[in-house]
Design a protein around this ligand. Structure first.
Ligand SMILES: [Zn+2]
Length: 63
């Protein structure tokens, strides 16, 4: 059985298999890279922060 766990990335609103948890928030690999490359002073960074705050914890699914 090859069961994979998918997590809901709150930044791009997609289910992804790979990524990291920052506290209780899942961030997929591509969003993580995007965030790392964004300067905290940029408006885009605030957007990511707001996205991560916006949802509850029901972000795991087995497929
Ligand atoms: Zn993402």
């Amino acid at each position: 059985m090859n069961q994979m766990t998918f997590h809901y990335c709150q930044v791009c609103d997609q289910w992804k298999a790979q990524g990291i948890y920052v506290l209780t928030n899942f961030i997929c690999q591509s969003c993580e890279r995007a965030i790392v490359q964004t300067n905290p002073e940029e408006e885009q960074y605030q957007y990511y922060v707001e996205k991560m705050k916006s949802r509850p914890l029901t972000n795991q699914m087995l497929m």
